[in-house]
Design a protein around this ligand. Structure first.
Ligand SMILES: [Zn+2]
Length: 104
């Protein structure tokens, strides 16, 4: 779901702009607007690692979305990990940043 940052109207993901105010709709996830394909660059269940990855990406100027695990299934740790998504065009850069960190 997306919503208009101005009038708060809610739209399905098929819409890009608000029909009332022509503002670009923002995603419900963290309120960040993303257009195009999102790619998963990290998966994990450890909140500290997630925060760390987020910081690394932010330092490199890559905006990301954190897709939280489904709260109703938090005990199913293998499947309900937290995912970090970036724009497709940032994917390669993000992976490079994360790989550099692993090697350090
Ligand atoms: Zn609107």
């Amino acid at each position: 779901m997306k919503h208009c940052p101005k009038c708060k109207a809610v739209y399905t993901d098929n819409y890009e702009t608000c029909e009332h105010c022509e503002r670009v709709l923002v995603n419900d996830l963290k309120g960040v607007a993303f257009v195009g394909t999102l790619v998963s660059v990290y998966k994990g269940t450890d909140k500290n690692s997630i925060e760390f990855v987020k910081e690394l990406l932010a330092e490199s100027g890559i905006s990301c979305i954190v897709k939280e695990a489904n709260p109703a299934r938090t005990f199913d740790k293998d499947r309900d990990c937290i995912e970090i998504l970036v724009k497709e065009k940032d994917c390669k850069k993000a992976k490079t940043v994360l790989k550099q960190d692993e090697g350090a």
